[in-house]
Design a binder for this molecule. Sequence first.
Ligand code: EPU
Length: 426
Amino acid sequence: MSSPTSESVIVCSQSGPLSGKVTVPGAKNSVLKLMAATLLADGVYELRNVPDITDVDYMTDLLVALGLDIERIDRYCLRIVNSGRISPVAPFALADRIRASVNVLGPLIGRFGDVQLALPGGDDFGGRPIDMHLSGLEAMGAQFDITEDGVVGRATGRLKGADITFAFPSVGATENILMAAVVADGVTTISNAAREPEIGDLCAMLRSMGAHIDGVGTSTLVIRGVSPASMQSCVHEVVSDRVQAATYIAAVAMCGGDIDVLRAVPGHMEMLLTRYADMGMSILPIDDGLRVSCHQRLSSVDVATLPYPGIATDYKPLLVAMLATADGTGIVTENLYPGRFRYIEELQKLGADISVDGHHAVVRGREHLVGATVVAPDIRAGAALVVAGLAAQGMTEIHDVHHIDRGYDNLVGRLASLGGSINRIG
Ligand code: EPU
């Protein structure tokens, strides 16, 4: 793990109760794929409710290198122009910065029959293979070579519709096959497809562009390919970010208080909200989001991460932080990424009593955490450390905040507006 650097630092001290309203921005894990989808058809696109995060900037750099024109016409709106001059070669230095760079694979091989892409980067949770992306596209007629520089793919003529069954409902593989299948010749069926709300959002945008997709929201997607020339550009609003919503709820869980989380979509986070309620929180739907209250110490629960509609792995650092001050012992089981426990040593610096055994973490709740200097190892763990820092006695400094900036739109400003004692320095 890196040591603190000279970049910005987030400093927080014990806060609460929190109060007020916070508006949840658009979802990182949707917008990056929606941006990739604009490779599929020429025209002028407008994406609204785009979060102001560095992963959007990284994706912009990658897509501009491929030939798109992209401009932020206001803080939350991107105008993307695809004038048909696409070079399907994604430079290593740009593709390596984010996992979602792999999402150009489907549109490029689907529309142009040609792609060169460095193996994607992103958070380091251990191995993050793309075998299901490649084998699905191969079933449709693409051929791939893995070279020292990454993946080189080609197809002769249009890809052909195929029946594809995933061994695991991979989010990225579902998205890539979807984007290739909408312009393939014939019908593609994806069985055991991922069902995340962000995939529903991608399907909605692809339908606005002229795609034929059935089964949206289920684990069987049926895509009837259309000719690439019949696809068109569109205007689309990005779905709300359920992980950012969960973060503000976790802040109330740890600091106490009453807040409204506007634009949170309860139907996208049902299992998590049930877990939060089991821990003792009151969470009620309101007109445009959720009303969240917490006035007592939380009770511990056990949690296991699972693909949607299960409890997402991205929520887990928040849950571990909440359990660190809950009453009792909770066991958290990670079923997606074996390496996603690296932030635990940082929570231990705040006094958390956590032991890790394989893919289980045993969290024994303490009455209080105590401020310390910690390092954000990735996006979600960084946010969990911020939330824990707001609840800890004394002062907490969080370093390596560039990880948090990749996925959180003004986390510090939003928490400060709720009464959190938090600042960003530098
Ligand atoms: N997997 C394979 N082979 C594949 C694809 C996936 O073995 O071909 C395995 C992965 O190694 C991993 C698991 O399947 O163990 C999950 O991978 P998945 O493809 O479902 O995830 P992803 O598309 O790489 C997205 C999000 C992650 C989020 C996961 C799971 C983006 C850019 N990333 O990753 O978000 O954790 O789905 O919900 O959408 C984050 O936002 O902080 C983040 C890490």
